[in-house]
Design a protein. Sequence first.
Length: 176
Amino acid sequence: MDQQPRERLGSRLGFLLLSAGCAIGVGNVWKFPTITGQNGGGFFVLFYFLFLIILGIPVLTMEFSLGRAAQKSPVRLYHELTPKGSPFRAHGYLAFLGNIILMMFYTPVSAWMVIYFFYMVFGKFSALSEPAAITGVFGEMVSNHWLLIGVCIALIAISFFLLTFSLQNGLEKSPR
């Protein structure tokens, strides 16, 4: 197998934006205000940030350290850094499985956002004032399976297309 040198991000800004995008995520931005409003507001936010700092910073530091040490994907990382037969090698496969599960969540939510964007652009919400009517639009959208499947496939295709251009020419240039 031809081993190409591992590519690196071209700038600190690219790294920060990529890290923030992975860490924050659509689900966190989408669900956080709802949960905050339903559960007492400020007190919830206080505990959220407290546990984010207590748990998030050590895990993030460990993840960056392992990635920097191995310079490999999660599966290969554990093969590089652990002895043969180590039970920790299974964690790389679990991390890969976790990425697939996350994609199963984020792709439909991203499709909803894209569809809502086009609904907004073409004025589908302009005549609606009742919350029940707006909820009905969501119900109508999720019942249209072919639309959701098509938008999900388009989003995945666009993502793979951007990734074919490598980090500097694809991922880092795409938001500009």
